[in-house]
Write a protein that binds this ligand. Sequence first.
Ligand code: NAD
Length: 360
Amino acid sequence: MTNVTLITGDGIGPEIAEATRRCIDATGADIKWEIAEAGVDIMETKGTPLPQETIDSVRKNGVALKAPITTPVGTGFRSINVHLRQELDLFACLRPCKSYKGVRSKYSDIDLVIVRENTEDLYAGIEYEKGKDDTIELINWINKHSKRPVSNTTGISIKPISVEGTEKIVRFAFDYAQKMNRRKVTSVHKANIMKFSDGLWLEVSRKVATDYPDIEFEDRIVDNMCMQLIQKPELYDVIVLPNLYGDILSDLCAGLVGGLGVAPGANIGEKGAIFEATHGSAPKYAGQNKVNPTALILSGVLMLAHLDMQSEARMLEKAVAAVISEGKDVTYDMKANRNDPTAVGTQEMADAIIAKIKSF
Ligand code: NAD
C-alpha cells in the first residue's frame, strides 16, 4: 500500500480531484489517499491557504496529486503553488505533450516531454527595483566593472544559472529518458548571446550527456527551437530547458496538442513529487460538474508511472485515450460545438473512463 497525499484545491479542484481519484482507484492501484487541504476555501477556517499539515503530509508521503489552487489576490499571501515547490525543493517540472486522437489540434502524432528547471534563472526572484538604494548601489558597481554603462533609471532581474542546478536538471532529463525508453534529449539555450549563464548550461549539458551514451544528445538555440517545434515537432523527444524558456515552451507545446485541458504536469524533487494539471482553478465553473478532468487524470498517469505502477498507468492512459477518441462521453470543451447538448459532466466522463478500464 502506497500513501499519497490528495490536495483537493479550490474552484473546480475538488470536482476534478474526485473524478481523478475514482479513475485511479478503478485501475486497482494499491493507493491509500490522505486528503489534505490548500487554497482560498480553507483560508477562513485555517487562517492560511497552505496549512502546515498539508506540507507535512506531502513531506511524509513523498508523493501528492494536487488539484488547482487559486492564487489569492491582494491578501498578502504569495502563490501557494510556488510556496509548495520551494518548501519541497521541487526542482524539475515535467510536462509531457502528446497527441490523442479526438482532441482538436493542427498537429497529430506529437509525443514530446518538456523538462523545465524550476528554481534558478530569471525566476529565482532576485530583482532590484528602479531607483531603490540597493539598485543604485548595484548599478554603480556594474558601471565600475563593466564596459557597458547601465542607466540609473534601470530595473534589474538577475539570471543565476549554476553548475549544480544545471547538472541536476539535465541528469533528471536523461534519467527520465532512460526510465521511459525515450531516444533523445535536446538541451535548449541561448549560449551564443548569454555566454556565462546559458553558455554554462550548454557546457554542463554536454558533460552530463557523456554519461548516457545510449541516449542521443543535441542542443538547440531557443529561437530556432520555437520554429522547429512548429515546423517539425515530430523530430523531438525529451527537451530540457532553463526556467524561463521552459515556462514559455511548455505552453507552446501544450498548444501543439490541443491546449491546457489535456496538459498534465508534475513538479519533482529529490524528496517529493507533486502531480498536477497545467490549467488553473477556473473559479467561474466551480461546483457545476462541467469541466474536463482529463489533464488531472493524465497527471495521475504520470504519478502511477513515477510510483512504478506501470501497468496501472498504461491502463488508465489507454482508457482516457479511448473515451476521448470515441468523442461521446466527453465534456463540452472537447465537442466540436461547445454548446453541444450531448456533452457530459466531469463525473460522467470519469464514469466512462472507469467503464473502459473495467472492459479491458
Ligand atoms: P484557468 O486555467 O483556471 O482558466 C482559464 C480558462 O480555461 C477557464 O475559464 C476555462 O474556460 C478554461 N479551463 C481551465 N481548466 C479547464 C478544464 N479543466 N476544463 C475546461 N475548461 C477549462 O486560468 P486562470 O483563470 O488564469 O486562473 C484561475 C486561477 O487559477 C488563478 O488564481 C491562477 O493563479 C490559478 N492557477 C493555478 C494553477 C495551479 O494550481 N497549478 C495553475 C494556473 C493557474
